[in-house]
Write a protein of this length. Structure first.
Ligand SMILES: Cc1ncc(C[n+]2csc(CCOP(=O)(O)OP(=O)(O)O)c2C)c(N)n1
Ligand SMILES: Cc1ncc(C[n+]2csc(CCOP(=O)(O)OP(=O)(O)O)c2C)c(N)n1
Ligand SMILES: [Mg+2]
Ligand SMILES: [Mg+2]
Lengths: 321, 320, 320, 321
């Protein structure tokens, strides 16, 4: 099943299961992204609400419905629309449980079906802003594969806290078998896609596929373990520590801006807490807006060549001391 | 009824006055925004609401929360940051809430609670529960974009929302004349919703208007906008007392004080009734302060409790 | 004048049609939002503006940029991502700008450019430069909070801003009836600004209304809101062609096509004049495409140029 | 001179120097924070603009004025108001130079005179969100002392790019001599407040004062170098590398949320690029909203005790290998 279809199946299964669950967003009935297509016909128009272009309002609307007992998925057409809703997500929904001493819960999923770059969309449509939400302590999910997308979306919907769920644009066309029966991938559990003993490569989102391809390419030379966090917040530090315990080396491959990004968090936590034999490395975006021209865009995004160089470098580095 | 309205207003007034004393005595941390002068608005609006109806409140929220029926003892405990506070000491003045009474919380961000009211109102329609949602905001809040976005949706979907603008003439130091083009009533009316100006110093007028709005809302006739003209007798917040700010004249304050809703409504009650209520209120608030002071202080080891509804525990800021 | 208006509209129309071909041929990356059908709005408004006047544009910006006078050769080069593009290939369709002509850029975020117009207009007043600023946005954009915030300020301070709402009936798939409560004209009027509905398929009507607005603005009489009723003949963006979306009927499209501003204005010109202009335009656009194709592609090593005006160079995404 | 006065002096000096410079924000004429007090009287009401409560709008207003040739300081009364303006800052102002191929410049300072916690203001008024802007590549300044506040505010105003300038609430009452004559502290230059040879402590914002106090306390036991980045983006990596070259050990003391925060960036960059003799450590906020009750608030903020423990731990740690 295609990743995108898996998202649709997750929504459909959960809407069938929980009659209170509803979807809001722009054009969610016609569904430009295809994910919410048919849901209005299947579950009724009052379960799939097309909203005026008012992101702050409809984000807060979901909070209000959640406070009144509903679960909600809020779709955003572009990752940068989360900036408009940032106050409502990070400063309202996320904080309400604490601020009310545990009275309130806000089980809302902030859903971007197609985050990150998709060649040619330029600076305002290509951001991958998950690190901002992780910084705010908001649960943040970024599945790399179709089955994980399914299981994590189900888990996110059932979760009692706000969850930011980004489906990387570059992962949408990928395929993976997805069981017919509903299942959950619990938030906070990583996945080792490929075992290896020379180096742990943490690859984030769609870059998992790229890292796996590189692991194949380098198989004769280097044994790469490919670690997919799946959930960025909370992060599966235990699984990572176990992996690094085996490999002693770490490279992070991350399609977010470099500074204060998820890769920084992973490197920092590993440097503090895990037994590294050599200095770790990040391969990330630079902190630049994505330029329009495709040549420039590709130069601004992290690449497989950069990853290969970083992996080789880290593996060859002397044990430090 | 008048006696009950007076009792509520008196409770708010004296609650606020005690709060100021406790802030000055450093028993309450931070700042609070006094509701003194505006009591008729919260009191009139909430008197038109039922227990299950929803309100969203503001930084200046004590009046709304009291009028909606919250236990003043647990409110006071909250302001003192105690474990028996409505929010277990986690929220304080700007986040005080009681979901059992539909009080979706004060809010530290101007107008940010407005869309919560729309979401709750929509849910009420879906559930056919008959619940209506009132959202309070100031003249300053009326200029926030999110409020317009919410008015549009509420009008478009005919949601049972009551937009209660407490126009006290100022957003901190900025007068309404310097903040607001045109007319708030006309803005609301342009969305196709019922909109009226109300004398916010007259609790009966507010109650009347609110009843009309609630009726329309419950009848499926959509939202109403009430611009309640009122005044705050003191500074923007408790900290303003030590600042020398000259944005309002003494004359202006004095002339509004003549319309003090407690005086006006109190006069109508007769001295004996009024005195009895005042005494009751004093006793209640004595109890509230006592209750709050007796309540335990939170244990620092619990600082990471209640962060996630799912029970997730955050990591510490230092690795172990 | 009519000939010039027609020439501009024809340039926009044919520019867009060529752009679609180039998108389909993968010579232009990403998606573009066609302005076809709405030409009379940009053309009429910009014909009322001077070179120094400012516009802020939208995701559907090519028409505005052409009408304000940008070089179509450099526009086309921008869309092809070339170094001679107006934005040196960094911006593309959604960010195309020419500050020498007061074109503050298309914008990928709905209504986000509106406050730029207010800031530029305020600066113009301070500098007594006589400049006015027009901000374009759609019926969808009219529901964004930031637009209301901007209308409030512009009306309050009587800024020389022209709010040009291009009401083409839809925000992507959402009809105006399903997005918008009440009346846009009344909303604007409630801020105390001049507001009028304009036939957005009639370039003379748009020009007339825009002239009135510019006059008021330059005379210090404050902002004007123009709701230009128009229609887009094609999908929301080039990618919609491959989607099967049923939000508009063929009949509806056909009936608006009868009012095609190019047909209407073209008829008034006489066949010979029209044919000559059409030929000129074709030649210009041939040149533009040729110019764009000849222009160099940016060098990937320059990916970090122009990030900071101060010349700061960002670090690479991999440590050296 | 008090920190707060130094801010006022910087504004006054720059307004005198550049007649196009103006200030916008809420209550900037009466000036609750005291920083803009008197500026309207001195320079005219059209240089100090009180704005309606419309943060998105007045942030974009500043952009428009900047595009028309002005410089502007936008004041926000609370750090979380930056969330409302996030799209306008990070997705518009910050990107315009690149998006327009270098045509546009947006010399605007986003100024929060009093960021971070100030006991008792609870969850929505106590955030310290600088890491979000650093992530977006926005120049970000957080001075610890009065003279730096002066020199950095002047530099920020004169800079041709958007700059987020946060003055930590806890630093406002501190004093330092400030020369009478105008001067600039260039963006991107760190400051070593105290030299030491056992460990480099990077302290951020007001925590510099705390770190210095601890350095005194521990003087007999440990020689602490106290490093103040002053500008968070761009960061003075060279100065830090030189410091760590001397000490070989690193602790970061940072009043932001932990995950993807500035401390993560510092630790990550050091781990990748600098010669660490022992695993570094962060002392930060946990990723929690600040609770109201003072006991809880203090428990959620990073503390000097935690710093002392971390410093001792890092200094005693065996050289790794
Ligand atoms: C969005 C936002 N902007 C600014 C502030 C700071 N602030 C708190 S209250 C206030 C004034 C609010 O005025 P109004 O809405 O009229 O309410 P009032 O204080 O008069 O009751 C301001 C500017 C804030 N909390 N939230
Ligand atoms: C703030 C924001 N929300 C959503 C989008 C996605 N989007 C792009 S164009 C558009 C519809 C805009 O409708 P309208 O303003 O009527 O302009 P039109 O496309 O009809 O010209 C939407 C929803 C966006 N770019 N920005
Ligand atoms: Mg007010
Ligand atoms: Mg439209």
């Amino acid at each position: 099943m295609r990743y995108q279809q898996a998202l649709g199946k997750a929504l459909r299964d959960e809407m069938a299961r929980d009659p209170g669950l509803f979807v809001v967003g722009e054009d969610v009935r016609e569904s430009l992204r295809g994910v919410t297509k048919g849901l209005a016909e299947e579950f009724g128009a009052n379960r799939v609400l097309d909203m005026p272009i008012s992101e702050q309002m409809f984000t807060g609307f979901a909070t209000g419905a959640a406070l009144a007992g509903r679960r909600c998925v809020v779709e955003y057409q572009i990752p940068s629309l989360l900036y408009l809703a940032f106050e409502q997500i990070a400063n309202q929904a996320q904080k309400l449980h604490l601020m009310t001493g545990g009275q309130a819960k806000v089980p809302v999923v902030y859903f971007v079906p197609g985050s990150g770059a998709r060649l040619g969309l330029a600076a305002q449509h290509s951001d991958h802003p998950y690190s901002l939400f992780a910084h705010a302590g908001v649960k943040t999910v970024l599945p790399a594969t179709a089955a994980d997308a399914y299981g994590l979306l189900v888990a996110s919907i059932r979760d009692d806290d706000p969850v930011v769920f980004l489906a990387p644009a570059a992962a949408l066309p990928t395929r993976e078998e997805v069981p017919d029966e509903p299942f959950v991938v619990p938030l906070g559990s990583g996945r080792i896609h490929r075992e290896g003993h020379d180096v742990t490569v943490v690859a984030v989102g769609h870059l998992v596929h790229d890292a796996l391809a590189l692991a194949d390419e380098l198989a004769d030379e280097i044994s790469m373990e490919v670690f997919d966090p799946r959930t960025l917040y909370p992060f599966d530090w235990e699984l990572l520590a176990a992996s690094i315990g085996r490999t002693g080396r770490l490279v992070v491959y991350d399609d977010a801006n470099r500074t204060c990004g998820l890769a920084a968090e992973i490197i920092a936590t590993a440097a503090e807490e895990m037994p590294l034999l050599a200095p770790p490395k990040r391969v990330t975006r630079a902190d630049v807006p994505i330029p329009f021209a495709v040549e420039l865009e590709l130069a601004a995004l992290p690449s497989r060549e950069q990853l290969a160089a970083a992996v080789r470098h880290v593996v060859r580095e002397e044990v430090r001391g | 009824m008048t006696a009950e309205l007076y009792r509520t207003m008196r409770t708010i007034r004296r609650f606020e006055e005690r709060v100021v004393d406790l802030v000055n005595a450093n028993e309450i941390a931070g700042v609070t925004h006094e509701y003194v002068g505006q009591e008729a608005v919260a009191t009139g609006v909430c008197a038109a609401l039922q227990r299950d109806d929803v309100i969203t409140s503001t930084h200046r929220g004590h009046g709304h929360v009291i009028a909606k029926g919250a236990d003043v003892r647990r409110m006071m405990a909250e302001l003192l940051g105690r474990v028996d506070g409505l929010n277990r000491g986690r929220g304080g003045s700007m986040h005080i809430a009681d979901f059992a009474l539909g009080i979706y919380g004060a809010n530290g961000i101007v107008a940010a609670g407005a869309p919560f009211a729309a979401g709750a109102a929509w849910t009420a329609v879906q559930d056919a529960s008959g619940v209506v949602a009132a959202t309070f905001f100031g003249d300053g809040g009326a200029n926030q974009g999110i409020l317009h976005e919410t008015m549009n949706l509420a009008a478009l979907w005919r949601l049972p929302v009551i937009f209660v603008c407490e126009n006290n003439g100022y957003a901190v130091t900025l007068s309404q004349a310097r903040s607001t083009a045109g007319s708030l009533i006309e803005r609301a009316a342009a969305y196709g919703m019922a909109a009226e100006a109300v004398d916010g110093m007259d609790v009966d007028a507010v109650l009347d208007a609110a009843r009309g709005a609630v009726e329309r809302a419950r009848a499926g006739e959509g939202p109403t906008f009430l611009e309640c003209r009122t005044y705050r007798f003191f500074g923007h917040h408790t900290a303003e007392r030590t600042m020398k700010l000259g944005y309002r004249t003494d004359d202006e304050i004095a002339s509004w004080r003549e319309r003090d809703p407690l005086l006006v409504t109190g006069r109508g009650l007769g001295e004996a009734v009024r005195a009895q209520i005042d005494e009751d209120v004093e006793q209640l608030l004595d109890e509230a302060v006592e209750f709050a002071r007796q309540s335990g202080r939170p244990d620092p080891v619990d600082a990471f409790d209640h962060v996630y509804a799912s029970g997730l525990r955050p990591r510490s800021g230092v690795a172990s």
